[in-house]
Write a protein of this length. Structure first.
Length: 213
């Protein structure tokens, strides 16, 4: 893999391992903010592993009257107390993981404060994850849509729970021990939270091992 290549990614809520494996592999990371918001993507959802299998955490958004809204303008809905429910789910899933207590204080605030815009929440989460995993944050926000910068891979739709036809052939998730490995075996490409709570400081190495260079 050419380290001089840049990559263009969508915004993502506690992005999957694939996202951060690509994030650390490129000299510059562009984050798209002018695309139209798409449903059923990692833009507002993350997948963790619980005692009964994978669990999808979804951030509810305010749809508005306009059919097409830039992702940077999507507002979060707080009509239901989804933050409390999600945090309880995360605690239940990872309370016994090796590094949950270590990172507890850094992650919990995202489920307490009410950020207005989804994009802003995701950016704050990304900054925190990069700090915790000692990832150099080279991300740059796009200035318009469709104009992909030179020498840049367009991965806006590649890292997606819906993408079954064009997988990333360079991504082969490295296995690590998960809380429920004895029950389910290894479950690949979960939210970065799963890797963080299970592997802690070793997470960066797992990300490096997950891409063929």
């Amino acid at each position: 893999m050419n380290r001089t290549e840049n990559i263009l990614l969508s915004t993502s809520y506690f992005a999957p391992v694939h996202y951060y494996a690509r994030f650390i592999a490129h000299s510059k990371v562009y984050i798209e903010q002018f695309e139209h918001f798409n449903k059923q993507t990692y833009r507002n959802r993350a997948v963790i592993l619980g005692g009964n299998g994978p669990i999808t955490l979804i951030v509810p958004v305010i749809k508005g009257r306009r059919p097409k809204i830039h992702v940077k303008d999507i507002k979060i809905s707080y009509e239901m107390n989804w933050q409390r429910n999600q945090w309880q789910t995360i605690v239940s899933a990872y309370n016994s993981s090796p590094y949950f207590e270590y990172y507890f204080d850094e992650i919990k605030p995202f489920f307490e404060k009410k950020t207005t815009y989804l994009f802003d929440l995701n950016q704050e989460i990304n900054e925190t994850i990069c700090e915790l995993l000692d990832i150099e944050n080279t991300s740059i926000l796009t200035k318009n849509f469709e104009q992909v910068p030179k020498i840049t891979l367009n991965f806006r739709e590649t890292i997606s729970p819906k993408n079954k036809t064009a997988p990333d052939s360079a991504f082969q998730p490295a296995e690590y021990t998960q809380v429920f490995s004895d029950k389910f075996g290894f479950t690949p490409n979960l939210s970065i939270l799963d890797l963080l709570f299970n592997e802690g400081p070793n997470s960066y190495t797992i990300l490096e091992e997950s891409l063929i260079r």
